[in-house]
Design a protein around this ligand. Sequence first.
Ligand SMILES: NCc1[nH]cc(CCC(=O)O)c1CC(=O)O
Ligand SMILES: [Mg+2]
Length: 328
Amino acid sequence: MSQYPALRLRRTRASEWSRRMHAETVLTPANLIWPLFVTEGEGEEPIASLPGVSRWGLNGIADRAREARDLGIPCLALFPNTPRELRTDDGREALNPDNLMCRAIKTIKDAVPDIGVLTDVALDPYTAHGHDGIVDANGYVLNDETSAVLVDQALVQAEAGADIVAPSDMMDGRVGAIRAALEANGHVNVQIMAYAAKYASAFYGPFRDAVGSRGLLKGDKKTYQMDPANAEEALREVALDIAEGADSVMVKPGLPYLDIILRVKSEFQVPVFAYQVSGEYAMIEAAATAGAGEREALVLETLMAFRRAGCSGVLTYHAPLAAKLLAR
Ligand SMILES: NCc1[nH]cc(CCC(=O)O)c1CC(=O)O
Ligand SMILES: [Mg+2]
C-alpha cells in the first residue's frame, strides 16, 4: 500500500488551502533585513548598477526607517558612502563619532526607536585604497593592526546606538576582541552578527559602486575573504566566531552558497543569516527586465530558499518589495 496508486504525493498539492497547510517553511517580513546606503546631503542618489536602489541623505534614511516599520521589517543594515576627501590609508574616519554612519544611526533611533540597526564593521568605506583594513607597503591587509581599529570602530557604532555590530572584514580574532570591548564598556546587550563565512566573490561589484570603493580598490580581497572552493573551512570559520562570542553568523553571498548555509545550520544550531548581495539583486533585476523571469516570483522564491536552507533571516535589497508582497 505504501506506493502508487495508494500513495500520491500530488494529493496534498491539489488545492491552494492544502498547499498552504502543508508548507514546511514560512517567510514573513520578520525574516528580512534591509541594507541601506547613506550619503551626505539631502538628495536621493540612484545607483546605476543597482536599479531601484538609491543612496539616501539623513532625511531619506528616516523615511526609509518609517517605511520599514510600517512594512514589518525588523532591522536595517547601514553602509555609508564616505566623501572621497575623508578617505585615508588608515580609514580613521571610521572612528569619528560624528561620521555619516553614526549620524544615520541616531537619525533612525530618533525617527523609529523600536527598529533594529545593524552596522558594518570594516574599513572599506573609509580607506583610500578600498580594502577592509590597514595595509602594509606591499598592499597586504594586516590582521592584528586592523582588528585593533575594528574594535574601536565597533565601540563608536555602539555608542551611537547600534543594536547589532556586524564585522564583515574577515580578520582572525576580531569577534572575540570586539565582544570583550563591548562588555568592558557597558554594551552588554549589543549583539555581534559575524560575517563568518564571507567569500571573495564576483557578486559584490554594485555594492562597491554604492559605497564608492570600486574605483579605489587596489587588487582583490583574496588574502582575507574565503576561496569559493572551500566548505570545510567555512565550518571552521563559523566555529571560531561562535567560540569568540558571536550571537549569530552570516554566510555571504547567498544563493550560490546555500550548501554552506545548510551545513552551518546542521552543524551548529545557531542563528544563521544570509546576505543576498548586490550582484544577486542585480542579476534578478536584469532577468526580470529582460523578461527571463517574473520579478515578484523570483524574489519570493529565492528568499524562501534561504529559509528552507536554515536561515533565520536574509539581508536583501528586495526587502521592501518582499515585505509588500508578503502582506497581501
Ligand atoms: N566590508 C565590505 C562589504 N560589506 C558588504 C559587502 C557586499 C555586499 C553586497 O555586495 O551587497 C562588502 C563588499 C566587499 O567585501 O567588498
Ligand atoms: Mg574568521
